[in-house]
Write a protein that binds this ligand. Structure first.
Ligand code: GLN
Length: 336
């Protein structure tokens, strides 16, 4: 029995007709819920702030807001600016990890190497913190913070011929259309990435980063610069809700066990040091980015994505977090 079936059974057993019993597979209702999520979340977005530290996103219009949900059968639901592209930034850490795990599934011993060099525990620190790295001898807590993503990229530089190109191909395939790069991110984030460079040098000093630092940083900046809409991102994460199979093509992107691991890392580490709050209020595997995007997956049901640029102090989109909490509550899709 799928989770959707279980939910149906639970709803009819309750006999309840209230808003909590909306089923995400009902087209009309889900469109309404997305519009409701957007309205509900706008005041929260107004309380957020644009990240002055990240020049490429410091000057975007803070009222922009889009949301999309794409079901496994391909039905797409959107509200607001769901077709406006924005840089995926840290959301790309999901896709770079997927690429590394694909290489690991090729059976070249990469999996063991990967999990020796990066952990799977929440950090409880901001995404760009250097503090833990010194204490923990250059082994980042998880692949969803910058230091961990740099280790994943180092693995990709070793095992891919063209890591930025391979990553862009993977995400384009999952989104169902070719994707562009955001020129501003490429230019400005590359120049302003002093912290990322510092982390890379620190990890090199511990012997945990092995390739030339510039190649690793270049891979990282290129993945952050991939430009996508909420609709495309909601499509692109569906394979994680579908046991590793892209429902659009039937391709097994990852083995089911690997897909579960990626989702588990998103749940526990995907929203920086607010992962506990996300589990508490949303209850879905999610990954956020500094440009205000957040993706989420609902097992056996759909991929979701929300975009609203102002951030909460945790670095997650303030409006996006509120919108996802609303969706989770209305649709009863929390894992818990
Ligand atoms: N390019 C950004 C950085 O490295 C991405 C971080 C993020 O989205 N949180 O700082």
């Amino acid at each position: 029995m799928t989770r959707a079936d279980e939910r149906d059974q639970r709803s009819s057993a309750d006999g309840a007709q209230g808003p909590h019993d909306l089923d995400p597979t009902v087209t009309g209702d889900l469109d309404e819920v997305l519009a409701g999520a957007l309205e509900h979340a706008r005041p929260y977005a107004e309380e957020g702030t644009l990240p002055t530290r990240a020049p490429s996103v410091a000057e975007v219009d803070p009222t922009r807001f889009g949301i999309a949900a794409v079901e496994l059968d391909g039905t797409e639901h959107v509200a607001g600016e769901a077709d406006t592209p924005f840089p995926i930034q840290s959301i790309s850490k999901v896709f770079s990890l997927v690429l590394a795990m694909q290489k690991a599934e090729d059976g070249r011993g990469i999996e063991a190497e990967l999990w020796q060099r990066v952990g799977v525990e929440p950090s409880g620190d901001p995404f760009n913190s250097l503090v833990q790295l010194e204490h923990e001898e250059g082994v980042p807590r998880n692949p969803m913070i910058n230091a961990g993503a740099l280790i994943v990229d180092d693995v990709l530089v070793t095992h891919c011929e063209d890591p930025p190109g391979d990553m862009r191909s993977l995400v384009s395939e999952l989104a169902g259309e070719p994707l562009d790069l955001d020129g501003t991110v490429l230019e400005q984030d590359g120049e302003s990435g002093h912290r990322n460079r510092a982390m890379a040098y620190l990890m090199s000093s511990f012997g945990n980063l092995r390739n030339p630092i510039d190649r690793v940083l270049d891979t990282y900046v290129h993945q952050c610069a991939v430009s996508m809409t909420t609709r495309q991102l909601a499509r692109a994460v569906r394979f994680l809700a579908n046991h590793g199979v892209d429902p659009a093509t039937g391709r097994q992107v990852l083995e089911p066990a690997s897909a579960r691991r990626v989702a588990a890392i998103m749940l526990t580490c995907g929203t920086y040091d607010a992962a506990g709050e996300f589990a508490f209020n949303v209850g879905l595997p999610c990954k956020s980015g500094v440009a205000g995007g957040i993706v989420g997956t609902v097992t056996d049901t759909m991929g979701v994505c929300v975009w609203s640029p102002p951030l909460a102090p945790s670095g997650n989109s303030a409006g996006g977090t509120a919108a996802l909490a609303y969706l989770a509550e209305r649709l009863r899709i929390s894992l818990f």
